[in-house]
Design a binder for this molecule. Sequence first.
Ligand SMILES: O=C(O)C(=O)C[C@]1(C(=O)O)C=C[C@@H](O)C=C1
Length: 247
Amino acid sequence: MLKQGHTITVTSRTDYSQLCHQLGIPFFRDALQFLEADNDVILICTSIISLSDVLKSLPLHCLNRRTLFVDVLSVKEHPRNLLLQVLAEEMDVLCTHPMFGPDSGKNGWKNLAFMYDKVRVRDEVTCSSFLSIFESEGCRMMEMSCEEHDKLAAKSQFVTHAIGRILAEIDIESTSINTKSFETLVKLKENVSSSSFDLFSGLFIHNRFAKQELMNLEQGFEMVKQKLLKMNEDQTLSKSNNAMNGY
Ligand SMILES: O=C(O)C(=O)C[C@]1(C(=O)O)C=C[C@@H](O)C=C1
């Protein structure tokens, strides 16, 4: 954002004044001072499960100009509902989900998906100027509703994290005879384990479609298990029949 020439101001519960100083960005310990800094856009970067508390802690009623609020959480209906609930009617709301993070986006954002939903946008100029930050980096811009995002993300991101967490529970480790597919699983386990449990629990708790996917996973596991056990039983049975018939 800085490289593209945008002016940034920051606030956080954690003291990032040193880092911001190095980047030449003003850092406000005090959220009120931050809100009074005449921002066009306020980009909220919190964990899913802390969003509600963070929003409650901000003196939002002190804002005296139209501002575009943007969130980047991995679930979308939850921040949409909260933002519409806590923000004054004149504030604009853009819900987004960059479908990448520090790991998958470390070599640039080209062709990586960027989902967004213009939930309540009247200042189109500010909104498109914000979206162009990602567009100009080559992101695949995907406009869809928050509901559609949550349905798709439950079937993709949540399932991915759940399988990664299961693999971590059974402690899979790289071996000297890895197949390519197994290497993919080891990488998945490592990626997922390096992300926070807050993210994983947020993907589940605040996406109403995730519960069904958890049940599907359980059902899928049970079906595979039953097929294998049945094959095993059939084999044992045919061996003992053969033995009885003298083969
Ligand atoms: O690439 C990373 O570093 C990530 O953690 C990516 C990841 C994920 O794969 O779940 C994490 C959070 C974002 O919402 C999107 C993607």
